[in-house]
Design a protein around this ligand. Structure first.
Ligand SMILES: Cc1ncc(COP(=O)(O)O)c(C=O)c1O
Length: 347
């Protein structure tokens, strides 16, 4: 199957496996693992922050960040379809005791006016306050869309003026940086804390980083232990992260180019793809507009040898390009998907 369900589908390359095999390791919980320490230092610099913490997943990084910036009963402001709102199993409530004020965004984004509308200053009578703004870049549910730097500056500035802390779910921050031509440190440096995922476009088997000020990351160590995320010879996995930062960042542009080629091919063949929405490595395909039931259409595509997946938008599926998808496979998918769908759509 040409697996376009997610960029989490990658398997470690030969080079990455060699780096894993050669990793120098020690006890991470004692902060003695040199490979973990190296990855954390490199990630902090990359993300425009003082320090970083290696974690097993981006979900854990986000959830730790929520706890660092809030108290139970506080309000988290985020976009309605943000990963932290719809895909983390109620973590904001379960782990940090947060209420969520979800803003309806456009392509995962919203403006200063929306932030101001939901951050009414507290009164002595009512002190249920928004204390944290979490943004997502790229925004997964809207199809890997990017925030322009000026909008990020404006929205984080407005939040700060209102006394909110700011967190960036930058699981795919490097895709955004490559697509917009802005240094990741410039984007990450606008926030109090930043999550980066290693197991998506960067091609690692697992791993994520949470970056922020050194004092905040010291507090994050405690949360890492509490979540059961303090590991031992974790350099075995961190070595993949170091390798990915050396070899898999610039090449994200290739994934973006392949997504565009796929989108243009499908569009030419008559499939409902909005080319303007293709900014990084995602292509959204509106199966509902073809008159097809989504799960049925996804099953037809699987039979034809192409894996796509669902999105939170009714009737809309997505294709995601990544390290393990070649030009040749993109060319085949350009033909296979219209062949599998258009005859049924017309019927
Ligand atoms: C935007 C975003 N944030 C966080 C995550 C969570 O990543 P993980 O699977 O490493 O927990 C994902 C995973 O898809 C994501 O897309």
């Amino acid at each position: 199957m040409i697996d376009l369900r997610s960029d989490t589908a990658t398997r470690p390359t030969e080079g990455m496996r060699a780096a894993i095999a050669a990793a120098v390791v020690a006890d991470e919980q004692r902060r003695e693992d040199p490979t973990v320490n190296e990855l954390q230092e490199r990630a902090a610099a990359l993300l425009g922050q003082e320090a970083a913490l290696f974690l097993p997943t981006a979900t854990m990084a986000n959830q730790i960040a929520l706890k660092l910036h809030t108290r139970p009963g506080d309000v988290l402001v985020a976009e309605r379809l943000a990963h932290v709102v719809i895909y983390e199993y109620g973590g904001p409530a379960a782990h940090a005791g947060l209420m969520v004020e979800a803003i309806e965004g456009q392509a995962g984004r919203f403006g200063v006016a929306e932030v101001e509308a939901v951050t009414v200053p507290s009164t002595k009578v009512a002190d249920q306050r928004a204390t944290l703004l979490a943004l997502e870049n790229t925004h997964n549910a809207s199809g890997g869309r990017c925030w322009p730097l000026a909008e990020l500056r404006a929205v984080t500035g407005a939040a700060r003026e209102r006394g909110l802390a700011t967190h960036l779910d930058g699981a795919r921050l490097l895709n955004a940086a490559i697509a917009t031509g802005v240094a990741p440190a410039e984007i990450g440096g606008l926030f109090d804390t930043v999550t980066l995922c290693l197991s998506k476009g960067l091609g690692c088997p697992l791993g994520a980083l949470l970056a922020g000020p050194a004092a905040t990351m010291e507090r994050a160590w405690r949360e890492k232990h509490l979540f059961g995320g303090a590991m031992r010879q974790a350099g075995i996995v961190a070595a993949a992260g170091v390798y990915a930062l050396d070899h898999h960042v610039e090449r994200l542009a290739e994934d973006h180019a392949r997504a565009r080629r796929l989108a243009e091919g499908w569009h030419r063949a008559g499939l409902p793809v909005d080319l303007d929405q293709v900014e990084t490595n995602f292509v959204q395909l509106d199966l509902g507009a073809l008159g097809l039931e989504r799960e049925h259409a996804l099953a037809l595509l699987r039979e034809a040898g192409v894996g796509l997946s669902s999105t939170p938008h009714p009737g809309v599926a997505r294709a995601v390009t990544h390290l393990d998808v070649s030009d040749e496979e993109i060319d085949r998918a350009v033909g296979l998907v219209p062949d599998a769908l258009l005859s049924r759509a017309a019927a």
